[in-house]
Ligand binder design. Sequence first.
Ligand SMILES: Cc1cc2nc3c(=O)[nH]c(=O)nc-3n(C[C@H](O)[C@H](O)[C@H](O)COP(=O)(O)O)c2cc1C
Length: 488
Amino acid sequence: MAEPAAVAESAPLMAAVERGTVCLVSRLDADLHGNKGMLALLSDDRHRDRFDASELALLDRFLPWTRLARARVTDRSACWRTHRHTGRTWFSSRHCCTEVPAGGPVRRRGALWSPTRSTADDLAAPDGGATLTIVCVDDYRAPARARLAAHNWDYIEGGSGAELTLDANRQAFDAVHLKPRVLVDVSACSSALQLLGADLATPIGVAPTAFHRMAHPDGECATARGAGAAGALTVVSMFSSRTLEEVAAAAHCPLWMQLYWLRDRRQLADLAQRAERAGYRALVLTVDTPQLAQRRRDVRNAFVLDPDIEPANLPPVHSAAQHHRQEGRSALAQHAAQSFDASITWADLAWLREITALPLVVKGILTAEDARLAVEHGAAGVIVSNHGGRQLDGAVPSLVALPEVVAAVAGRCPVLVDGSVRSGRDVFVALALGAGAVLVGRPVLWGLAVSGAEGVADVLTMLNRELTEVMALAGRPRLTDIDRSAIR
Ligand SMILES: Cc1cc2nc3c(=O)[nH]c(=O)nc-3n(C[C@H](O)[C@H](O)[C@H](O)COP(=O)(O)O)c2cc1C
């Protein structure tokens, strides 16, 4: 099938885009980049009367492509785009789509849509057909996308640079095989644990991610409620869009507070002390972000925070910087350049430890050397993380780094890991490689976008249910039974 290059020049199609008869973000997309101009043509029969003859001809011509675009593409550059100002649209791809497209619409708890990886039959099946159920965390992705503004979706989903680490994080999990033991009593599997003194129902926690009000009006308060329902730890980002006190008031789960090191130490100290007063149980210092890496999607979108979203914990000057739009720049990167202190070293951790009694967890460790230094400088925990592929592109996948960090820490403090944990099997693999717990970033935001606290709870309980299923089928009924012998 030839690529429909003429779409870029098509006046009727552009007119249709302007009139809104061509839907810019619809259920037809799956793994493509989103932006306001992404062409996903509403093509089922119920909508055909909204198009005139020339538009219908175009629709019919491009429909197979939009369906192919729904396929899981291995090439992250593949996308439909319409330039914001010129209105020119194009489909770009290095390799084109090689897999069959996703299945029909999914309806669950109202009007939710989700693709599934599916069979070739779906290509021919009329859209609007089968109703499928969300059965795994990945199924939340498409309906979340459909609910989010495209620039916010890009912000959440994107990685840095060519997104090599983002992809590698996932591949590292997929490369591991499980070694099940049989005839073990697995009639009662337990995923409960203690972590830094807190009782948790699950080793799966919420990673700190910024600005949850992008996904839901209740923002981090809904997230914490959902995590509480799942018995999960929540790490609240310094850039939360609800104040840390509001989140604490809404939460029924143990909370940790994440910090970046601000140039203004008074603000940093203030945050740490507020967190302590509000009942947070640990501080998480993110150390992989002396500056924000270039995230190409955000640069292309000239990303700014929506007017009604702000970093609720910080003085208004921070908010102003993150709303200031400049072509070819991400306002968040600009803000970080102004306010993050890139000069701090290990020695500075002593200052942070002095101003608070809370245990300090260091997030963003990928080497044995830094793991040792973290412990030597008083870390009560270490999070193996490459920021979900959003900082140093090309950095080692967190799962690959995990064993050397675990060996270097040598049981002196808990080691957590994050980055592309998407199933209970992934959690099991991380635990087998020595993690005490895992954190989950993007999927929590998908659940939040789809159905608020309930969606967050669903994502976390689904992961935990999968974990206990893997534990049973692999013959490891307790978390302490999951070790290196369980994987290859
Ligand atoms: C939208 C988004 C915002 C994030 N914001 C923060 C943040 O404010 N602080 C932080 O330490 N990490 C932040 N991270 C990184 C996460 O804590 C975590 O390392 C990463 O999301 C894990 O990968 P996953 O999303 O594939 O699960 C963010 C990640 C995403 C996707």
